[in-house]
Structures are given as C-alpha cells and as structure tokens.
Ligand binder design. Structure first.
Ligand SMILES: CC(C)(COP(=O)(O)OP(=O)(O)OC[C@H]1O[C@@H](n2cnc3c(N)ncnc32)[C@H](O)[C@@H]1OP(=O)(O)O)[C@@H](O)C(=O)NCCC(=O)NCCS
Length: 195
C-alpha cells in the first residue's frame, strides 16, 4: 500500500484519496496529457505541476496503483476552482472521480470557502456531485487567466458549474471580492477554457 493510505481517506470501493506528493507528478502528468491531447482538458506542463502540487489530490487503489487526480485551486477568500480532474480511462465509473471531488469539497469546507466551481465538458458528472450550472460571468476575471494558452481560445464551449458550501462552511472572510466583469462582456465569444 502506498504512503497515501496513511493519510488519505478510503472509500467503500477501496479507493484511497490523499494529498499528492512530488512522486505522483509523472502519473498526474500522464493522465492529464491523455485527455488534454484529445482536447478534453488543459495540458499541465511538468513545471506547473511541481509548482502547484500542493493543490493536488491523487486516488490510488488498494495496491497503490494510480487511478486519477484533481486539484483544488484557491482564487480568493470566497472562491476556489476544481481543475485537472482526470481518472484513467480503464478505471472510470468506479467512484474515483466522485471520491476526488469530495476530497476537494471537504477541504474547501474545512478552510471556510463558501463556493467552488469548475469549467467542464462533463456537467452531468458535476451535477451528480451537487454542483449546478452557473453563469461564468459571475466569476472574476482571474478565472480566465489560463484561457490565453488554451488551444480552443476564444471559441470554447465548456460549461461553468458551481456548488455553494456556505450553509455548512465558516462565514465568508471579510475580504473584498476580486473585481468581476459587472455584466460587461469581455472581448471573447466564450469565456471559459479547458481545465
Ligand atoms: C469525469 C471523470 C473524472 C469522472 O470520473 P469517474 O471516476 O468515471 O466518475 P465516478 O465513477 O466517480 O462517477 C460518479 C457518478 O457520476 C456519473 N458520471 C461519471 N461520468 C459522467 C459523465 N460524463 N456524465 C454524467 N455522469 C457521469 C457516474 O455514473 C456516477 O453516477 P452514480 O453515482 O449515479 O453511479 C472521468 O470521466 C474523466 O476523467 N474524464 C476525462 C477527463 C475529464 O473530462 N475531466 C473533467 C474535466 S473538468
């Protein structure tokens, strides 16, 4: 059993989810690359994975075999993004994606984040996880930072989904919100990008 068994949570199906370590980066890079090459999500170069490895969770089976990954990336006091969610194709539909997203939502609640969103081509999966379709215009400009390096920019049709955790999260921090668009459309047709 891998090290994450010592720190991660284990589902009834024996999926172990825990914080990623630098040793997981090659597996994370490989699974993200498979789906990014198909245009289903954004590539994450190795340097970016190492720089952001503390955002990541990984899922492994009882034998320590890598199943998939996800990142929870904080944007501000009241908002975080679920990104780079990927489960190895041959291991999908066994609860791994759900376990990974649950780990992100648990952490968001623990640190008092009231809202988590994702930009996705799989809204049905996220709806099963309690997310609802959202208007991407609600989110701060910072959300679009990565759009410029997306191969689909500016014509992307990802769907924004969000979940409100405020009912059971700590009160919102008193910090000012990031500047939002205030209803003014940016100079692109679509505003989301592959994650
Ligand atoms: C989306 C993805 C992470 C789902 O992972 P998974 O391990 O197969 O999902 P789970 O087995 O945990 O599924 C949880 C529930 O969601 C459902 N589900 C899974 N994929 C779904 C989809 N594409 N659309 C609708 N529902 C879906 C499952 O049937 C299951 O429902 P149930 O609880 O009623 O049985 C996986 O398909 C994947 O890695 N896809 C490629 C990369 C990608 O698109 N990532 C998302 C980028 S935001």
């Amino acid at each position: 059993m891998d090290d994450i068994a010592a720190t991660g949570s284990v589902t009834a199906a024996g999926i172990v989810v825990g914080k990623a370590t630098v040793a997981d980066v090659p597996d994370i890079h490989a699974v993200v690359t498979v789906f990014a090459d198909r245009g289903e999500m954004l590539h994450r170069p190795l340097n970016e994975l190492y720089e952001n490895i503390r955002d990541f969770y990984v899922a492994k089976d009882a034998q320590g075999e890598f199943l998939g990954c996800v990142a929870l990336h904080l944007l501000w006091a009241d908002l975080a993004e679920v990104k780079s969610l990927a489960v190895r194709e041959e291991r999908q539909l066994k609860g791994t994606g759900a376990a990974l997203v649950r780990a992100c939502l648990d952490e968001a609640r623990q640190i008092g984040l009231p809202r988590v969103f994702a930009l996705t081509y799989k809204p049905g999966f996220f709806e099963k996880m309690g997310f609802s379709i959202a208007n991407v215009m609600e989110f701060p400009r910072k959300v679009w930072n990565e759009c410029y390096r997306c191969p689909k920019f500016p014509s992307c049709n990802e769907i924004a989904v969000a979940i409100d955790l405020s009912a059971d999260a700590a009160p919102r921090a008193a910090a000012a919100a990031l500047p939002v668009l205030n209803g003014v459309a940016p100079a692109v047709d679509r505003h989301s990008t592959l994650r």
